[in-house]
Design a protein around this ligand. Structure first.
Ligand code: SAM
Length: 240
């Protein structure tokens, strides 16, 4: 089996990212991969159970975002981070990024904090709770350059959970599969209503796989109107 650091290095090279990345980042990702697989034996963190799959389908998948955005010295909230995707990967690859990992499941966040400590990552914090509640809070609302979400919800719902966090001029990055065209069309109203505009749709192949994923970049143009996000029951029952 190929070594994980080689898989990561080759994948980043395929993306054309190697010059931008500190060699330590690859060592850190390798270590995070091992910690994830070990913890996954006792806590449900990922359905992927071997290192190569984690390196490609989680880490390189998340690393693709660096092709489309400059994260240096910026702030980012990762909504529904789970085991840290994409927030942890972006933090390791762009160390000057200030990252907030948000999830409603505290035990995953506790484990992520242990990882951050072990890897000596600075300027990274966790927020435990529901995105739709934090999105209303002063200090969190319209306070981030970027919000990200991967495998969390339908795009209409995601717009309501994520766009309130983004500053005007910032971006919401939704990581989706290529089969999301209908979802994208259905989210047009929500995007506009919450102050966003679809600025870019980028398809990319995950290195070393036949998997193609889609990144939807939604630019925040105007502030999100008061009253959004609504309560979870309302968001689910009446998506925008
Ligand atoms: N983003 C990670 C990834 O790509 O592997 C995790 C995906 S996991 C399927 C979805 C995560 O979103 C879960 O950890 C869940 O607790 C969290 N989540 C779902 N809805 C949420 C909400 N409204 N507020 C905060 N976290 C939420």
């Amino acid at each position: 089996m190929e070594h994980i650091t080689d898989i990561l290095r080759q994948g980043l090279e395929e993306y054309g990212l190697t010059d931008k990345i500190d060699p330590w980042a690859i060592q850190n990702l390798d270590c995070y991969c091992q910690m994830l697989l070990e913890k996954n034996q006792v806590m449900n963190l990922t359905a992927i159970r071997e290192a190569e799959g984690v390196a490609r389908l989680h880490m390189l998948d998340c690393a693709a975002l660096l092709r489309y955005c400059d994260f240096r010295e910026k702030t980012l909230v990762d909504v529904g981070t789970g085991a840290g995707f994409p927030g942890m990967v972006l933090k390791m690859l762009a160390p000057s990024l200030h990252v907030t990992l948000l999830d409603s499941l505290n035990k995953r966040l506790d484990w992520l904090l242990e990882c951050c400590e072990f890897l000596s990552l600075q300027n990274i914090r966790t927020l435990h709770g529901r995105a739709e509640e934090y999105g209303l809070k002063r200090g969190e609302r319209e306070n981030f350059d970027f919000a990200t979400a991967r495998a969390v919800a339908d795009l209409r719902v995601l717009c309501e959970l994520c766009l309130p966090f983004v500053k005007v001029g910032g971006k919401f990055l939704a990581m989706k599969s290529v089969g999301c065209s209908q979802e994208l069309a259905d989210a047009e109203h929500a995007t506009k209503l919450l102050g966003g505009r679809v600025a870019q749709v980028e398809d990319y192949r995950v290195p070393g796989t036949q998997v193609t994923h889609r990144l939807i970049v939604i630019e925040k143009q105007t502030p999100t109107p008061g009253g959004y996000p609504r309560r979870w029951a309302k968001i689910q029952k009446e998506p925008l």
